[in-house]
Design a protein around this ligand. Structure first.
Ligand code: AOF
Ligand code: ZN
Length: 375
């Protein structure tokens, strides 16, 4: 491939990735996908992105635009797709067929579809039809669009982000439990965005009992790009409450939005609430089992806003994909409540090692994104 072609491929794939990002808040359980169609003279013919499961895929939108743009539509053109075109009949027919019928000459794909129903078949179908396929163009950027979909397809479990609002000295509250507003409004707004893009928000019974949070997306703060305010998609709330001890008056149970109690013993009367019954481990719910149950519900991304007990247990169980800390320039003192409860390690090799993958200032706070190192 000559230099100009490679350069164009990156240019158009970057555009397709930008389009896919528009689906950030709406596509789940489906992946975020973008598509651009470019003619023989490197001019844009059509573009599209997947908006919502059950509605047309990205390629279909782009192909429609191309056929409106000129009489021979996408014939002889190049299609750029952030995810391998699907090969299966799901809620919609296969995009690989649509591209073949449109007689595109070339398809550039960022990454293969981890869905076992597709998984290379889409690319094979295109090649069998004589279409040139180039793959792995901006694969890392495309993978970053869909950490949850990919992880769920490969492991059956969602991608889990744990959020912690901490002081400079790593505390989440004063000794007396007072914790409100450690971080500033910008950090809280950033949190709203994560709630909005996640399928579920996970917390523990202690946090519900102490703070009575809603864990929903607050409408006043949800005016961010591409978020469909006209039909707000709220995440489901999952409350880990092994013994089902919480009463039903807390906001999460009484505000009319969906909440599941993750418990060892589901209440026999389903009118009392929604439950996820999970196997026991050391007297508590087995968190691996819980994550598999959330994967079965087709949750791609789970956002955890919990106390030090649940956050620590998830880390200790190796169930955290990302730890997101908002660190405020405050010192709460050594009597404050620590951010995570972990066992009393006696050797440094027992400690949990993380890699910092992003840091930036958010208002007066610092946002730090870590990924646990695989041991
Ligand atoms: C594509 N383009 O824009 C998307 C794809 O039930 P369906 O018909 O919506 O199919 C969902 C599956 O299709 C999903 O699990 C993933 O494998 C693929 N998503 N594929 O070619 C798209 N959203
Ligand atoms: Zn498709």
């Amino acid at each position: 491939m000559n230099h100009a072609t490679v350069k164009n491929d990156y240019f158009w794939m970057a555009k397709a990735i930008q389009l896919a990002q528009k689906g950030r808040f709406t596509t789940s359980p489906n992946p975020r996908v973008g598509c651009v169609i470019v003619d023989e003279n490197n001019q844009l013919l059509g573009q599209g992105y997947h908006v919502q499961a059950g509605t047309p895929h990205a390629e279909v939108h782009a192909l429609r635009q191309a056929s409106n743009a000129r009489s021979n539509g996408a014939k002889g053109a190049t299609a750029y797709v952030t995810l391998e075109p699907c090969s299966h009949f799901g809620r919609t027919p296969p995009c690989a067929n649509a591209l073949i019928e449109a007689q595109v000459a070339r398809v550039v794909v960022a990454m293969t579809d981890p869905n076992p129903n597709v998984c290379g078949n889409g690319i094979n179908m295109l090649q069998a039809a004589g279409i040139e396929v180039v793959s792995d163009v901006m694969a890392a950027e495309a993978a970053a669009l869909n950490p949850g979909f990919t992880k769920r397809m490969l492991t059956g479990k969602p991608f889990v982000r744990v959020k912690l609002g901490i002081s400079l000295d790593g505390k989440i509250a004063l000794q007396n439990g007072v914790s409100q507003w450690i971080t500033g409004p910008e950090a809280r707004r950033d949190v709203q965005r994560y709630r909005a893009q996640s399928c579920a928000v996970l917390t523990g019974s202690g946090t519900v009992a102490a703070d009575n949070p809603s864990l929903l997306v607050r409408e006043q703060e949800a005016k961010f790009e591409n978020y469909p305010l006209e039909h707000i998609r709220q995440p489901a709330r999952i409350v880990v409450d092994s013994q089902s001890k919480l009463n039903r008056d807390f906001n999460v149970f009484s505000d009319g939005h969906v909440t599941f109690t993750a418990t060892l013993q589901a209440h026999p009367d389903t009118s009392v609430g929604h439950y996820i019954q999970v196997d026991e481990k050391d007297g508590k719910v087995d968190l691996h089992g819980l994550m598999s149950a959330l994967g079965d519900k087709q949750y791609n991304e789970v956002w955890v806003e919990a106390g030090p007990g649940l956050a620590g247990a998830l880390l200790q169980e190796g169930l955290v994909d990302e730890l997101i800390c908002y660190q405020a320039p405050k010192l709460l003192g050594d009597k404050g409540v620590s951010m995570v409860n972990l066992p009393a390690f006696t050797a440094l090799n027992q400690s949990i090692s993380l890699s910092l993958i992003e840091n930036r200032q958010v208002g007066n706070d610092i946002k730090l994104i870590f990924r646990p190192d695989v041991s």
